[in-house]
Design a protein around this ligand. Structure first.
Ligand SMILES: Cc1ncc(COP(=O)(O)O)c(C=O)c1O
Length: 396
């Protein structure tokens, strides 16, 4: 059996999305900027897609700018906003952002923009008093993600938006992991700039969206032609934009029902792992979490080894460690939460989608405890703990 539990990394393109895109590869390959009908009719489809994206976000279609990915949207938001606020340089963000925001903010620090990276508590929660206190007269922008890609922890975006508004600073939100998973209503939540990415909600890789609230001034990151009303130059990726529009429409139709089903499968998977794998713990805030994500640490085993053995039995997930220059570094998110080294190393992120089934959860619950048992048998930590224990027993 093959079980894909890595949907926060990328998702399967929905068959309805592929179907919607196909005519734009085969017959309708016109340029939306052309004056003739061959291009003009395609431009109309781009606008239909824009309306669908806007509907999913509770936004106006004019506030939607198509980009190439979530990373581009994050870059365009933060760098574009700073370019229009030369008198304010300070950026406030968190220690648990995705590299799309983290690296961008750190690069800007190198360009002379003071940077505050707010810490989180052991559940991955932000202290909003700290956030408010970090904002100064020099602050240009606050960039805080809606939900964390590793733990699924959801930040209180409405309250963050209120703080930013009351302090008169821009609020950028990376909602890449949120769009299509939980409702977003930008008519009620005062976010100024927001990023989403097609491939996290069953559209293809290579298309994203930057939402720019009406009236927010942002310089374009990519300059050139007049596309996207001058906010993002480059001939539009029509098939992918159409696909993203369809994916947003599907998300709106299915989200309420699918969330209940996905959450129930996630909870059953999580409870089963905790029960069957002694020493397993869940990382992140269980009360405020995406319905599809669980991040579980299996103490004294390495995440990469778990992933390899899982892969051998057909199960795909992600580990919380990244291979940096040959050594396994625990994730910056788990480090910021103060997860102990022995746990952070053995952390696995399971992320589900509407395409997962109960039978797949059963299979995973059957296989993973075996994988963990096998690895614990050969773990140097466990072996040394055991010999310490037996030495202590012998001495007693
Ligand atoms: C929270 C978050 N932000 C940004 C990105 C980057 O999106 P993309 O892969 O479309 O560049 C990701 C991708 O994993 C993500 O999880």
């Amino acid at each position: 059996m093959n079980v894909y539990l890595d949907n926060n990394a990328t998702t399967a393109v929905a068959p309805e999305v592929t179907e919607a895109m196909m005519p734009f590869f085969r017959d309708r390959w016109g340029n939306p900027s052309s004056m003739h009908r061959f291009g003009g009719s395609v431009a109309h489809e781009v606008e239909v897609a824009r309306e669908r994206v806007a509907a999913l976000l509770g936004a106006h279609p004019n506030e939607i700018v198509f980009t190439s990915c979530g990373t581009e949207s994050d870059n365009a938001a933060i760098r574009g906003a700073l370019a229009r606020l030369p008198d304010r340089r300070h950026i406030v963000t968190t220690k648990v952002e995705h590299p799309a925001v983290r690296t961008t903010c750190r690069w800007l620090r190198g360009q002379g923009c003071p940077l505050t990276e707010l810490g989180v508590d052991s559940k991955g929660r932000l202290d909003l008093d700290d956030l408010a206190a970090a904002i100064t007269d020099n602050t240009a922008i606050v960039s805080v993600m809606w939900a964390n890609n590793e733990t699924g922890a959801i930040f209180p975006v409405e309250r963050i938006a209120e703080i930013c508004k009351s302090k008169g600073v821009l609020f950028h939100c990376d909602a890449v992991q949120v769009a299509g998973k939980i409702p977003i209503d930008l008519s009620r939540t005062r976010v100024d700039l927001l990023a989403i990415s097609g491939h996290k909600l069953h559209a293809p890789k290579g298309v994203g969206v930057l939402y720019i609230r009406r009236g927010t001034k942002v310089s374009p990151l990519i300059m050139g032609g007049h596309q996207e009303r001058g906010r993002r130059a480059g001939t539009e990726n029509v098939p992918y934009i159409v696909g993203l529009g369809r994916a947003c429409e599907l998300a709106m139709e299915t989200m309420a029902e699918e969330n209940v089903r996905v959450r129930a499968m996630r909870d059953r998977l999580e409870a089963g792992l905790l029960e069957r794998c002694p020493g397993a713990v869940v990382n992140g805030d269980p009360a405020h979490r995406l319905p599809n994500t669980t991040n579980v640490s299996f103490e004294y085993v390495e995440g990469e080894a778990i992933l390899l053995l899982m892969d051998q039995v057909g199960i795909a997930a992600s580990s919380g460690s990244a291979c940096t220059s040959g050594s396994l570094e625990p994730s910056h998110v788990l480090r910021a939460m103060g997860v102990p080294f022995t746990c952070a190393h053995g952390s696995i992120r399971f992320s589900l989608s509407r395409y997962n089934t109960e039978a797949e959860v059963d299979y995973t619950l059957e296989q993973i405890p075996r994988v963990i048992h096998r690895l614990r048998e050969i773990s140097p930590y466990v072996t040394s703990e055991r010999s310490n224990a037996s030495r202590a027993q012998a001495g007693a």
